[in-house]
Write a protein that binds this ligand. Structure first.
Ligand SMILES: NC(=O)c1ccc[n+]([C@@H]2O[C@H](COP(=O)([O-])OP(=O)(O)OC[C@H]3O[C@@H](n4cnc5c(N)ncnc54)[C@H](OP(=O)(O)O)[C@@H]3O)[C@@H](O)[C@H]2O)c1
Length: 369
């Protein structure tokens, strides 16, 4: 990459966990990467100090700014690290404008997988995954050999992997992830395993595998991020330290290799890598996500919207941890599935599901207070 001018990156969600790490990666790779635009949700102070530090003149707040900046002519790579379906329009804009979309915002693909794929086909954009499991699959799938027949995503199991009763879990406990340091919404999603469910849907859209051919296995050390099963009975696994700067760097510099931002793993020091099945009865969110993916149409957008609202209510201490999957299940059950051929249709399903979720939450809060 050294023979070329640095690749111009727009960081959407620059004030968040992924956004901040992305700026570190860009700083460490100044010969090949430069940041030219920044977007945050509401944190104006951090955004302006980032803009000053990186000499960026184009920056803004909110989904509208993200959508606008994602299609600027002098942007080569759009890193979408906005949290939630609020990032969907920016993903579509980037793909329609022919950009490389380095995608952390998995909710874009969950809510609007088909329309993102269509936008890429129309505009010539391409998606490079930032999520560590999908970055790992991307790498495994590039290995030449026997054809790949199915995918395996690993899950750390979150803070409640071995805890029997999750009824009285506190927000603080749910935010204490054992292996990753992340934003609050994805940390709660990791504790319910909804995050893994969203990733299964994301993998379906990114790699075109059927839901029956995408499995999840618990791997508490978070060293092996994903694996592929091949037709000849072999498996290819990807292992790396649990450090998001690695997949961020790989996505921003793709398809060129860049120097490592972290040291590699020492297998002898790790000693043991263990794997165990997911206890489905303790983590109902995962089954809900598989169900939404298989039903298709508007259901994944509804699953995602209901989950976002329920997680928000849990973080505000309005509902309990175990209420999250119950509420999502209720909203999905009440939903009449429709096709979502357009962005407007996805946004309408999302809006109705959020209203319904808030209503259910109000009823529950009313009953328990
Ligand atoms: N963190 C990880 O390790 C990790 C790993 C894999 C995938 N991901 C995915 O990456 C995405 C970001 O996660 P995160 O952990 O970095 O979240 P986070 O720390 O909560 O950061 C979210 C970012 O999105 C911005 N934002 C929120 N609403 C916005 C809006 N309407 N318009 C524009 N920007 C908006 C926030 O701005 P303010 O600060 O102003 O609110 C912040 O910069 C999520 O989709 C997550 O699932 C994260």
């Amino acid at each position: 990459m050294n023979d070329h001018a640095p690749r111009r990156v727009a960081v959407l969600g620059s004030t968040g966990s992924i956004g901040r790490q992305a700026l570190e990666v860009i700083k460490a790779n100044r010969d090949v990467l430069s940041v030219v635009a920044l977007v945050a949700g509401t944190d104006e102070d951090t955004l302006t100090s980032q803009a000053r530090a990186f000499g960026v003149t184009r920056f803004g707040l909110g989904s509208g700014a993200a959508e606008e900046i994602a299609q600027l002519d002098d942007v080569d790579v759009v890193l979408n690290a906005v949290v939630g379906a609020a990032g969907l329009r920016a993903s579509i804009a980037a793909l329609e404008a022919g950009k490389v979309l380095a995608l952390a915002n998995k909710e874009s693909l969950v809510a609007g997988g088909e329309i993102c794929t269509q936008a890429a086909a129309r505009g010539g954009g391409s998606i490079v995954p930032v999520d560590s499991e999908h970055a790992a699959l991307f790498q495994c799938l590039s290995v030449q050999g026997s054809p790949v027949v199915s995918l395996v995503l690993t899950a750390s199991g979150g803070p409640f992997r071995t805890r029997g009763d999750v009824a009285n879990v506190t927000v603080e406990e749910a935010l204490a992830h054992p292996t990753w340091s992340m934003g609050p919404k994805i940390t709660v999603d990791s504790a319910t395993l909804m995050n893994k469910g969203l990733e299964v849907i994301e993998a379906h859209h990114l790699f075109g595998f059927a839901y029956d051919d995408i499995d999840v296995v618990v791997h508490p050390q978070s060293v092996v991020h994903a694996a592929v099963r091949c037709a000849d009975g072999t498996m290819v696994m990807q292992a790396a330290p649990p450090d998001m700067r690695l997949p961020i760097q790989a996505a921003l510099t793709w398809p060129f290799p860049a120097a490592g931002v972290t040291s590699t793993i020492d297998l002898a020091e790790i000693g043991q890598l263990t794997f165990e099945p997911v206890e489905g009865s303790r983590f109902p969110s995962l089954a809900l996500a598989y169900e939404a993916g298989r039903v298709g149409g508007s259901m994944p957008a509804v699953l995602n919207a209901a989950n976002e609202e329920a997680v928000k209510a849990f973080l505000a201490e309005r509902i309990g941890f175990a209420d999250i999957p119950r509420i999502v299940a209720d909203v999905m059950e009440a939903h009449d599935v429709t096709d979502v051929p357009s962005l407007e249709a996805v946004e309408s399903a999302d809006r109705v599901a959020r209203q319904q979720t808030r209503r259910i939450i109000e009823q529950r809060v009313g009953v328990t207070s």
